[in-house]
Design a protein around this ligand. Structure first.
Ligand SMILES: Nc1nc2c(ncn2[C@@H]2O[C@H](COP(=O)(O)OP(=O)(O)O)[C@@H](O)[C@H]2O)c(=O)[nH]1
Ligand SMILES: [Mg+2]
Length: 299
C-alpha cells in the first residue's frame, strides 16, 4: 500500500468526524460569524485544541480579508494552506554516524511497539540495527522487546529486571561499535508518577550516549498516544521541560477521531511530528508528511 493510502486509512476516524462538520461549515453562503463558529467547532471536535484553533481561525480571517476572498469555497484552500503550514517542519536527514534514537514516553503509549516498527523500517532500508532494552523496570518489558527484535530480525541487548538502564545503553553502544552498526534504538521506562527518577534516568542515558558516541546523530523522540487528545499535549510539555525533545511519534492515530492533535502539538510545542502509528503491525509506522496528512483530511 502506498504511503498516502496508508495515512488516509489511518486517519479515517478523524476524517469522518472532521469532514462532516467541515462540510456543514463550508455549506454556508458567506464568510460570516456563523461560518467561523462552525469551523471552530469542526477543529475542536478533531482535538486541534483551543489555542491552535483560535490561531488558525484568526489567520484565516486575516488572509481572506487581505486576499479579498468572499466565498467559503475559496476559503477552503486557504484553510488547508494554513493547517499545513502549522505542521510542516524541516526535519534534518538522518546521519548514520551512527544514528541513535531514544524513545521516551509514559507507559502504554506504544514505545516498545514503535521500536519494533522502527527496527523493521531501518532493516528494510538496508541498515543494521541494534536495540537497547533500557526499560528495566519490568521483566516483561524486555521480553516484549525481544519478541519485536525477533520479528524485525535485530539484536536486543538486555540486562536483568531492575538493573541500571544506562548500563544497558553502555553495553548496546559497545556492541554497536564492535559491529559498526548504523542505528541504535533505545527503549525506555515511562513511570511518569515517579517523574524525578524517570527524568534523571533519561538524563543519565543521554550522558552515556554523548560521552561514548560524540559524533552520533542523537535524537530524542517522545511517543504520544493520539487517543488521549489534549492530554498528550500536556505530557509533551512535561517531558520537554526535562529533555531536549527533537520530535514526536504519535501512535494509535487509527483508533481515534482526534487526529487533529497533530496540529495542537505542532502549534503549542513547536515540535514536529516525525512518525505516526496507524496500527499494531510491524509495518504500521509511517514517516509523517504534512501535505499528505492535510490532503487526506480534506479528501
Ligand atoms: N491501534 C494501535 N495500537 C498501537 C499502536 N502503537 C502501539 N499500539 C498498542 O498500544 C499498546 C501499548 O504498546 P507498548 O508498545 O507496549 O507501549 P509502551 O508501554 O509505551 O512500551 C499495545 O497493545 C500496542 O499494540 C498504533 O499505532 N495503533
Ligand atoms: Mg514498553
Amino acid at each position: 500500500m502506498n504511503i498516502f493510502k496508508k495515512i488516509a486509512e489511518g486517519i479515517k476516524k478523524t476524517k469522518d468526524n472532521f469532514s462532516k462538520k467541515l462540510f456543514y461549515a463550508f455549506s454556508a453562503k458567506e464568510l460570516d460569524d456563523e461560518f467561523y463558529d462552525n469551523l471552530m467547532d469542526a477543529l475542536l471536535a478533531a482535538d486541534v485544541g483551543v489555542e491552535a484553533s483560535d490561531k488558525v481561525i484568526d489567520d484565516l480571517k486575516d488572509r481572506t480579508f487581505r486576499q479579498k476572498i468572499k466565498t467559503p469555497e475559496e476559503c477552503k484552500d486557504l484553510l488547508k494552506e494554513i493547517l499545513q503550514e502549522e505542521i510542516d517542519f524541516e526535519i534534518p536527514e538522518y546521519e548514520y554516524t551512527p544514528l541513535v534514537l531514544l524513545i521516551a514516553g509514559v507507559n502504554g503509549v506504544g514505545k516498545t511497539t514503535t521500536i519494533g516498527k522502527l527496527a523493521h523500517n531501518f532493516i528494510e532500508e538496508g541498515k543494521t540495527v541494534i536495540v537497547a532494552a533500557a526499560d528495566t523496570f519490568r521483566a516483561a518489558a524486555s521480553e516484549q522487546l525481544e519478541i519485536w527484535g525477533q520479528r524485525a530480525g535485530v539484536r536486543v541487548i538486555k540486562h536483568g529486571e531492575g538493573s541500571d538502564p544506562a548500563a544497558v545503553v553502555f553495553d548496546t553502544i559497545s556492541a554497536a561499535k564492535a559491529h559498526n552498526t548504523d542505528v541504535i534504538l533505545i527503549d525506555t521506562a515511562g513511570r511518569l508518577h515517579n517523574k524525578v527518577n524517570l527524568m534523571n534516568e533519561l538524563k543519565k542515558i543521554c550522558k552515556v550516549v554523548d560521552r561514548e558516541l560524540p559524533d552520533a546523530d542523537f535524537r530524542k523522540f517522545l511517543v504520544l498516544d493520539a487517543t488521549t487528545g489534549q492530554n498528550a499535549v500536556a505530557q509533551a510539555e512535561i517531558f520537554s521541560e526535562c529533555i531536549d525533545t527533537d520530535g514526536i511519534i504519535l501512535t494509535k492515530l487509527d483508533g481515534t477521531a482526534k487526529g487533529g492533535v497533530v496540529i495542537a502539538i505542532s502549534n503549542n510545542l513547536e515540535l514536529p511530528v516525525v512518525y505516526v502509528g496507524v496500527g499494531e503491525k510491524i509495518d504500521d509506522l509511517i514517516p509523517f508528511n504534512a501535505e499528505d496528512f492535510i490532503n487526506a483530511l480534506f479528501e
